[in-house]
Design a protein around this ligand. Structure first.
Ligand code: BDR
Ligand code: CA
Length: 355
């Protein structure tokens, strides 16, 4: 099994990342750190604990990390995730255990990573990169120790000739979701993102799941029905129904905000679980992530500009600009087998039902 640590800001799509990380038989989830992002740190931590409770994995330790970036205020996404960060479900249980505050998150991360053999463990980040940047700044030797870093973040629309994000919106030029250019996780803390992508050794171990990929993976009606399961199936139990119902309600809320905010009516892109799924590709699952034959990229993050700039919609803070790397560089997959991905999510849900 592949050991991993998850750093997240649990909102609607992070919940599915937690599901995959906690229930795929080929993965071993060592722990979770939480970060500011979709909502305040307090809320993303509670949401994470509640999801773990719902899926029968309260044994996974959860450590609250950074409340805000070092050099900016925190920004939240209540228009997409609601005021709790995980609005829209009536089935979410209260956490059955508390978060762990000692040791602090980055010490716990380091300890968990170092306790595994060198070159085996993955770090998966599905929120702002504050905790991850602090980990590698404080313990640079962790770069050598990990197998890889998988990040959901960024939007490159202009990096590929047929940017699906542009197609989805029918505009061609808009490829960010926070602003015209910036994806939310990078926009939240661009300085932390930059410190990761500008570290050549770390960049060479990094996989970036951008909006250009996640906007191909839409939780449309068919997917919503697949994951809702069959309420009349003979094997159904009350627990079975609640878990499916909870994830169903989460998807429906997400679908509604994506429709209202972005006019995306086909279904919401389920960004974060792809950053977990890529660990399985070619190992126990064949998801056919396509990185154009191993092409690698330098990722430059625009850090000039304030979130509060009146023209932040036009400003470029948080934009990820890519150029081809001759050596090293970040891996940026551009395609995935969407059907197999959803089957994988469904299988993890089945395992959660049995937990
Ligand atoms: C990212 O932003 C957050 O709102 C989602 O959870 C995801 O991690 C997508 O841009
Ligand atoms: Ca997230």
């Amino acid at each position: 099994t592949t050991p991993l640590w998850l750093d997240c800001d649990t909102g609607h799509d992070d919940a599915f990342a937690v599901l995959l990380a906690a229930h795929h038989p080929s993965l071993r989830l060592l722990g979770i750190s939480t970060v500011h992002g979709n909502a305040s740190l307090e809320k993303t931590t509670t949401n994470t604990l509640s999801i773990l409770t719902a899926i029968g994995r309260s044994d996974v330790p959860v450590y609250p990390g950074a409340v805000k970036p070092f050099s900016r205020n925190a920004v939240h996404a209540s228009d997409i995730h609601g005021s709790t960060g995980l609005d829209g479900t009536t089935c979410l249980p209260p956490p059955s255990v508390q978060a762990i505050t000692k040791p602090r998150a980055i010490l716990a991360m380091r300890h968990a990573l170092i306790s595994q053999p060198e070159g085996t463990t993955w770090l998966v980040a599905t929120g702002a990169l504050t905790n991850v940047a602090l980990l590698f700044a404080t313990f640079p030797e962790m770069v050598q120790h990990i197998n890889g870093l998988s990040v959901m973040g960024g939007a490159i629309g202009n990096g590929f000739t047929d940017a699906p994000m542009g197609q989805v919106r029918g505009e061609g030029v808009r490829f960010g979701n926070s602003t015209k250019y910036a994806e939310f996780n990078i926009y939240c803390d661009p300085e932390s993102a930059r410190s990761i992508f500008s570290n050549p050794k770390l960049a060479a171990k990094t996989t970036l799941i951008t909006l250009d990929l996640t906007h191909q993976v839409l939780a449309n009606l068919e997917v919503q029905q697949l994951l809702a399961g069959d309420p009349l199936a003979p094997l159904s139990t009350p627990n079975h129904l609640n878990l499916r119902q909870m994830f169903h309600q989460i998807l429906i809320f997400f679908a509604h905000t994506y429709r209202d905010v972005y006019g995306l009516s086909k279904g919401p892109p389920l960004h974060d679980p792809l950053a977990v799924a890529i660990l399985l590709d070619g190992q126990s699952e064949v998801l056919n992530f396509d990185d154009c034959g191993g092409e690698r990229w330098h990722v430059n993050v625009v850090t000039d500009g304030l979130h509060s700039d009146l023209d932040s919609e036009r400003g470029e803070v948080g934009r990820t600009v890519i150029t081809r790397a001759e050596e090293g560089g970040v891996r940026i997959p551009s395609r995935v087998d969407v059907h197999r991905f959803w089957v994988l999510v469904d299988q993890c849900m089945q395992r959660a039902e049995q937990a």
